[in-house]
Design a protein around this ligand. Sequence first.
Ligand code: NAD
Length: 274
Amino acid sequence: MDISVPLHGKVALVTGSTSGIGLAIAKTLAANGADIALNGFATADQVATILQDMRTETGRKVEHFPHNLADFAEASALVSAVSSQFGKIDILVNNAGVQFVCDLDHFPDDEWHRLIAINLSAAFATTKAVWPQMKSRGWGRVINTASTLSFQGEPGKSAYVAAKHGVLGLTREAAIEGAQSGITCNAICPGWVMTPLAEKQVKAKAEALQVSFEEAARQVVRADMPTGRFVAPNEVAAAVLFFCSDAAKSVTGTALPIDGGLLVLGAYQVEAAK
Ligand code: NAD
């Protein structure tokens, strides 16, 4: 994908960027000139490899911050740590997310709290912490990884769906409050992307249906996505890059589905069932 947006001199914090969508976003922003603060869980060897690859490929400053976003105080501390090591944060991508699938009546309370903390409260904590510096410089980009499940429900995903709806509310609120200060806030809403988070769900489906992983993956995509294929992480990253550009300075408070038509198919299915 050949789109370039000059981000030289900008510092981006991407939460949940040790794998999947977040890693693709971090790599894309670095390839376009931004210095990068990574965050998320991984082994020491995995972190060392990611840092070395990204530094070699892009020549940018790239560091890893292991803060656990399940803890509200650590989410704020992450912004402080990155700001003191890099001098500032211009771009905040709230991407860290986890899933837990269980029917409502058996949904464990601690999983509810964990999902709301990581998927929603952490985004509030980091946004609040970064806000004063973005306001004082008159420039900022906040991009939240929401989901197609910010618009609709799915059985067994009460905490995730509630959190992702909340992420959209937070996005809209930040957009309004940042509008006079050169800060935009937008949400990306991916459909199925084959990452460790999605893999776990496909594996569970394969076990439930007694089919291979590949067959379960095919069924998930065929049922949900008119394009018939998973969204690639770098397609999501390209949307984030656009939101970071000056061309997008009037684009704020939006929620961009990158979903292979999943949401319009959902509307069609509802119409067809009437
Ligand atoms: P992933 O499992 O590959 O990545 C999740 C990242 O979050 C990892 O870096 C992980 O270490 C980090 N993380 C998890 N718990 C954390 C914590 N407590 N503190 C700090 N970091 C933590 O999954 P992904 O699919 O790349 O998910 C990224 C985002 O995209 C999530 O917000 C997810 O909800 C969203 N999303 C994914 C899909 C999909 O199909 N994969 C679809 C829509 C939205």
